[in-house]
Ligand binder design. Structure first.
Ligand SMILES: *[C@@H]1O[C@H](CO)[C@@H](O)[C@H](O)[C@H]1NC(C)=O
Ligand SMILES: *[C@@H]1O[C@H](CO)[C@@H](O)[C@H](O)[C@H]1NC(C)=O
Ligand SMILES: *[C@@H]1O[C@H](CO)[C@@H](O)[C@H](O)[C@H]1NC(C)=O
Ligand SMILES: *[C@@H]1O[C@H](CO)[C@@H](O)[C@H](O)[C@H]1NC(C)=O
Length: 330
């Protein structure tokens, strides 16, 4: 009998030793990840392993009823060369967003677009081995003096929008940009590392894209636009009108005319990232809606066209339910 007890104790001591040694040679950032990795070792990857992030994955719907009623993983944010045909109802919705006298045929224009730009199916690699962190950087004046730059740049992807500059504002907004979302009237030149993600509101916007990389003949939409643009042609992506409608209907409950670029950018991140941090959204602490690089008296307009309060509400709610992290700045 004593021999047996001795053996039992030995096993326990050895297990504890092995466990602590393991912890030392392979330190885990937190116990939740340890648990996740351990169960993966024991059971192999399971379908519920949506990502490899230590805390939780954005796409996790279990225990998130409000989120799961809105989030639909199978709506893809980009148009691809393989599939750019829009269902009739989505096409009709999209065609009413901004009037344009272009008269061009959508599928003909798209065919041309994807003869010039790759149109690949990207970011579909979600799974137990991926933890993609993303920073979505809005243009709010609340970034001024925030010193968020290093935190923003430490993400795998850094998503910016419209006129948002980095040069001269690196301490507060960071220096890297992997994706820049824009439409013709908000376009700016980009670094070669950055993907231009066009949000098209009309067929003319897609024609402008073709023109901006070639002849430069389109200089005007409902206002003057950049005739040409500097950006890497191989990194151009086209935001999907079907996804635009999904953002408007599923997420905004049809508030406003259509979502803002800020909201489209957030939705983009929710669908291609496993962890999302949001910077530079909403007013500053004094209630001003300035941009971080200028005094902008017209920013109130954004709120009426886009149901800005409602967008901000939804964004806040995503943060309170720990779906995203929100940094409110100064
Ligand atoms: C999610 O989107 C897919 C593809 O667009 C659609 O077929 C499906 O019905 C949607 N699911 C829900 C629950 O709305
Ligand atoms: C193409 O995309 C549309 C809209 O996103 C979708 O309804 C349709 O099922 C897709 N078709 C194929 C073959 O994937
Ligand atoms: C665009 O052209 C195709 C044929 O190439 C045609 O089937 C389609 O109906 C046209 N679309 C519109 C909106 O006119
Ligand atoms: C924002 O959310 C609060 C609480 O959920 C709600 O009472 C309010 O009506 C919402 N505002 C808008 C504009 O949706």
């Amino acid at each position: 009998m004593p021999g047996r007890r001795c053996f039992g104790i030995k096993i326990i001591v050895l297990s504890v030793l092995a466990f602590t040694t393991l912890l030392f040679i392979y330190p885990f950032p937190d116990t939740k990840l340890l648990f996740k990795q351990a169960s993966r070792l024991l059971e192999g990857p399971s379908a519920s392993d949506l990502c490899a992030c230590p805390a939780q994955c954005v796409a996790e719907t279990q225990g998130h009823q409000w989120f799961s009623e809105r989030f639909n993983r199978s709506v893809y944010p980009l148009l691809t060369k393989e599939n750019y045909t829009l269902p009739k109802d989505a096409f009709n919705w999209w065609m009413r967003l901004q009037s344009s006298r272009s008269g061009a045929n959508f599928s003909h224009v798209m065919k041309e677009v994807f003869s010039m730009f790759p149109g690949e199916s990207l970011y579909r690699d979600a799974g137990p081995d991926r933890c993609r962190s993303c920073a979505v950087v809005g243009n709010s004046g609340n970034l001024k003096g925030s010193y968020y730059g290093r935190m923003i740049d430490s993400n795998d992807l850094v998503i910016r929008m419209n006129q948002g500059p980095t040069q001269g504002f690196e301490d507060d907004v960071g220096a890297r940009t992997t994706h820049h979302l824009m439409y013709p009237e908000s376009a700016k030149n980009l670094d070669p590392e950055t993907s231009l993600v066009l949000i098209p509101f009309k067929i003319l916007d897609l024609q402008w894209l073709l023109s901006a990389f070639t002849t430069g003949h389109i200089k005007q939409t409902y206002r003057r636009v950049l005739p040409t643009i500097q950006a890497d042609r191989a990194k151009v992506q086209i935001y999907s009108p079907v996804f635009m409608r999904y953002a408007y209907e599923n997420w905004l409950d049809k508030h406003g005319r259509y979502p803002s670029t800020g909201f489209f950018s957030l939705m983009f991140a929710l669908h291609i990232c496993d962890e999302v941090s949001v910077f530079g959204y909403g007013a500053d602490k004094r209630g001003n809606w300035d941009h971080y690089w200028e005094h902008n008296a017209g920013a109130g307009q954004y709120r009426s066209v886009h149901g800005g309060d409602h967008e901000y509400n939804i964004t806040r709610y995503l943060a309170t339910t720990n779906k995203i992290k929100m940094y409110v700045g100064t």
